[in-house]
Design a protein around this ligand. Structure first.
Ligand SMILES: [Ca+2]
Ligand SMILES: [Ca+2]
Length: 389
């Protein structure tokens, strides 16, 4: 095990401890309730520290805060993807590749492990964004969506497809990172505590009620967040909202010609996701649910309550709908650039993708687009963040 040229950051500590006990200098960095130990809420951390995306961190304004955030990012403790000169060493390659760190990520996501960061062996064809076979370290709580092409928009034969989902168009996409789950109430509360996000209240929610501040819902998606607050959160977390194309690329997860993440079956059976089901109808008798479908959650569910897709992403259909970064353009699909489309340069409306717990019709389809004014908010709308490599 080669550790001498690495500083004892938390990533290396987790790797080292997972191997042969690790260097003793790591122990202090891993003391419980100190940065960057895993946490669920700020209450799990030392006084004055914040629970930042599943890890205790000093509050904003503390010079150490930047380091704490940086430690959750892709850059430290790993060879740069473009580095052609540095040889692979035992820590960055064999340790990560061996599975000593599991692939589920930190407790910010639904799996609640404490491994700190994921590792993704570089693809030989470079589709993961690396050019030379270096290991690419995925930020905590995110997955790598590889570079590649996909068909965006209406699936052939989908009779429910709407005009603004056409024409289907093939796109070439760069690799990017995307949160495994919708942003939770607990994660958003850390942003509020840091002064970078606004408190969400029912009084300011245009439709329904927020999960923010509701006892027992720390691991639910935060809802009633208008677009600018979703954008503010992602910026604070040193991430960004995904583009609409990135979102659909991620939702399809390399599987083409599927109407919905679970396939073409309608209504779905089994645990397809948190949709408008019998539990929702029981709570809202005037609503029409999906016949015979019961997921057990009348409104939002804790993130990650249903199986992940092939990229390891949860709730890409149902639970909270998710803001994307684009302005909405009804004819944009007919003139979109062929690679990494950013959306129209201006507009008056934004979009949410992925349906939600209150949808009982075919708008659970992956190509479905919901247009929404950016200042509006809903108890069925949340978000997740992306990040460029
Ligand atoms: Ca439900
Ligand atoms: Ca969702």
């Amino acid at each position: 095990m080669v550790l001498s040229r690495h500083r004892c950051g938390w990533l290396n500590c987790w790797v080292a401890l997972a191997l042969a006990g690790g260097p003793s200098g790591c122990q202090s960095a891993l003391s419980r309730n100190s940065a960057p130990f895993a946490c669920t809420t700020t209450a799990d951390c030392l006084p004055g520290h914040l629970c930042l995306q599943g890890r205790c961190a000093p509050p904003a304004g503390n010079p150490a805060a930047a380091d704490a955030v940086e430690e959750t990012a892709a850059q430290p403790d790993t060879l740069p993807a473009e580095d052609q000169s540095a040889p692979a060493d035992a820590l960055d390659s064999s340790a990560l590749d061996s599975g000593a760190i599991d692939s589920d990520g930190p407790d910010f996501d639904a799996t609640k492990d404490q491994s700190g960061a994921d590792s993704t062996p570089a693809a030989a064809d470079g589709t993961d964004g690396t050019a030379n076979g270096d290991v690419l370290v995925v930020p905590a709580g995110q997955v790598l969506v590889p570079a590649g092409s996909f068909w965006m928009g209406c699936v052939t034969g989908d009779a429910a497809c709407k005009a603004n989902e056409k024409p289907a168009h093939k796109l070439q996409m760069s690799a990017f990172f995307l949160d495994k789950t919708e942003v939770t109430v607990a994660a958003y509360a850390a942003c509020v505590a840091a002064g970078a996000c606004k408190i969400i209240t029912d009084a300011e929610c245009d439709v329904g009620a927020t999960t923010y501040g509701v006892a027992g819902k720390d691991q639910h998606p935060v809802t009633c967040v208008p677009w600018n607050q979703a954008d503010a959160f992602c910026t604070w977390a040193q991430r960004r909202l995904p583009t609409e194309a990135e979102w659909e690329r991620a939702a399809r997860a390399g599987l083409e010609n599927l109407v919905s993440p679970w396939g073409n079956e309608w209504p779905p059976t089994g645990g397809a996701g948190n949709l408008l089901d019998d539990a929702t109808v029981a709570a809202n008798p005037s609503w029409t649910g999906i016949p015979g479908y019961n997921d057990g959650f009348a409104e939002t569910a804790p993130v990650g309550s249903f199986p992940a897709n092939a990229y390891g992403l949860y709730d890409m259909a149902g639970n909270a709908a998710e803001w994307v970064s684009d302005w909405y353009g009804s004819t944009y699909y007919g003139k979109t650039p062929p690679a990494d489309p950013p959306g129209p340069s201006s507009g008056s409306s934004r979009l949410t993708r992925g349906s939600n717990w209150g949808i009982g019709d075919s708008d659970h389809r992956t190509s479905s687009r919901v247009v929404m004014a950016p200042a509006k908010s809903s108890g069925a709308v949340g978000f997740r963040c992306g990040r460029s490599l």
